[in-house]
Design a protein around this ligand. Structure first.
Ligand code: NAD
Length: 497
């Protein structure tokens, strides 16, 4: 049985305690490894190593830092297939989708390769007579990232390349459920020439998270995960004077207006609802459909959902793999049952499916629930599974009302042929990321990612320009070099221009 440990000071390190937790292959249900859970002492060792590494890494020239980032980029490309197989094995998603997540993470690495340009300061010559003023951004020190199970590569890569490019040392606390990708990335950083201690991995659960939140030498915390934990992380770390960005859960609505290309909308809704078994913070889990086209749209969606090939993520032709755990399967199936009990109509039912050859796997099939309203539990809860709710509305105005009444505000999309309707929608929805005929509008790396309302706590979005600001702080110098007796000014108690 494989044991999964920490990565501290540029090498694998065994946890100081005895606690372990099994890691499963969700497609078979088998235990494939034991994860060592970290302790407060392990966090202390990792932070001390990171603090020492920060002292040298932050002094590396910009060109030396970008050389490491470029090498890391090449290694990530060269190792994409192997890493995707690893992700699929522990997470369950199909291999092509795992490659997709690595590709989106790669974009952030490429953005971070431009660190010399990103960290350029601002200069005001002769701001006052003989006085120049300039602003620079300096790194924070040791920063931590706490990440969810659903993107074990992409989400760490939303954070680490940005933090490291800016001159910080980064400690990753990955999800307990698929912890191996973090170690794979650590090894690539080492091969890229990153000094030991600049990127570390501490495995574990709440104990490790709390130790990071309370450690006086951790300057900033980036978190991505569910809303209750995001809220807790933000409150706890902020109270200790740390900088925090905490991204939470989601309930993303895809609006379909009557004038949309319905076949195109159905294709995109199907992929956005059931891709990665619905375990994406940007999946479309609610279709908000104009009444006049709802019956035809639901019929087309049902036909597509029934054709989705559900099997292990590494099998040829797989569209969708299992969900992450047996508990997740049970919870999702319970939410489908609640929809039925509360009066919604289960049009396609993914409960109780059996996948040949993978009878022990945690599979839930694509599910469509029609006639859903805001009181139904399946709508109130973030299902985080392959379940698409259909909410029928009179018109665009009602669709916008439904979305704005929802406590989450991560992503949303509209399918329409009308530029005017799309513009009204874009300007009226209280959501951080909007797609117009684009189902999952995850911003490219040079625009930052982040939701509104209960989907994000803190001011900063992740990566892109916000990432640079989050992982640096400003310093402004006001400078005068008197060089001749005649230009020397007398000290004054008053501000003078
Ligand atoms: P989670 O909140 O259970 O776990 C996230 C991280 O927090 C993990 O590393 C976990 O170990 C840690 N954690 C869990 N419970 C904790 C506690 N009580 N105290 C301290 N730390 C704790 O989330 P998950 O199930 O791994 O991921 C799914 C969730 O993440 C969904 O809600 C999804 O919407 C969200 N998510 C959001 C985004 C986004 O960009 N907004 C992206 C991906 C996932």
């Amino acid at each position: 049985m494989t044991t999964i440990s920490h990565w501290i000071d540029g090498a694998t390190r065994t946890a100081s305690g005895d606690a372990t937790q099994p890691v499963h292959n969700p497609a078979t249900g088998e235990v494939i490894a034991q994860l060592e859970l970290g302790t407060v002492a392990d966090v202390d060792v990792a932070v001390a190593s990171a603090a020492a590494a920060f002292a040298t890494w932050s002094q590396f020239s910009l060109s030396k830092r970008s050389t490491v980032l470029f090498r890391f980029r090449e290694l990530l490309v060269a190792n994409t297939h192997e890493l995707a197989l690893l992700v699929s094995r522990e997470h369950g998603k199909v291999v092509s989708d795992a490659k997709g997540e690595i590709g989106r993470g790669l974009e952030v690495v490429e953005f971070a390769c431009g660190l010399a340009q990103l960290l350029k300061g601002e200069y005001s010559e002769q701001a006052a007579t003989g006085i120049d003023v300039f602003s620079v951004r300096e790194p924070l020190g040791v920063v931590a990232g706490i990440t969810p199970f659903n993107f074990p590569v992409m989400v760490p890569l939303w954070m680490a390349p940005m933090a490291i490019a800016c001159g910080n040392a980064f400690i990753l606390k990955p999800s307990e459920r698929d912890p191996s990708a973090a170690l794979f990335l650590a090894d690539l950083w080492k091969q890229a020439g990153l000094p030991d201690g600049v990127f570390s991995v501490v495995q574990g659960d709440k104990t490790v998270v709390d130790a990071l939140l309370h450690h006086p030498d951790v300057a900033a915390v980036s978190f991505v995960g569910s809303t209750p934990i995001a809220r807790y992380i933000h409150a706890t770390a902020s109270a200790r004077g740390k900088r925090v960005q905490a991204l939470g859960g989601a309930k993303n609505h895809g609006v379909v207006l009557a004038d949309a290309d319905l076949d195109d909308a159905v294709d995109h809704l199907t992929a956005a609802a059931f891709g990665a078994a619905g375990e994406r913070c940007m999946s479309l889990s609610v279709a908000v459909v104009e009444d006049s086209v709802a019956d035809i749209l639901v019929a087309k969606l049902a036909a597509k959902a029934r054709a989705v090939k559900v099997t292990a993520g590494d099998q040829d032709g797989a569209d969708m793999g299992p969900v992450i755990t047996a508990a997740a399967k049970e919870r999702i199936e319970g939410l489908i049952a609640s929809a039925e009990a509360e009066g919604a109509t289960v049009v396609v039912d993914g409960r109780g499916i059996s996948v040949p050859g993978y009878e022990g796997g945690f599979f839930v099939g694509p599910t469509i629930v029609d006639h859903v309203n805001a009181e139904h539990t399946v709508y109130v809860e973030e299902v985080f599974g392959p379940v698409l709710d259909i909410v029928r509305v009179r018109d665009l105005a009602e669709a916008i009302e439904v979305i704005n009444a929802n406590p989450y505000g991560n992503g949303t999309a509209i399918f329409t042929a009308s530029g005017e309707a799309a513009r009204t929608f874009r300007r009226s929805v209280k959501v951080g990321m909007v797609g117009v005929n684009v189902p999952i509008p995850v911003p490219v790396a040079w625009h930052s990612f982040g939701g509104w309302k209960d989907s994000l706590f803190g001011e900063s979005h992740v990566y892109g320009p916000d990432g640079v600001r989050f992982y640096t702080r400003g310093k402004v110098t006001t400078q005068r070099w008197p060089h001749r007796e005649a230009e020397r000014t007398a000290a004054s108690f008053h501000f003078s221009a």
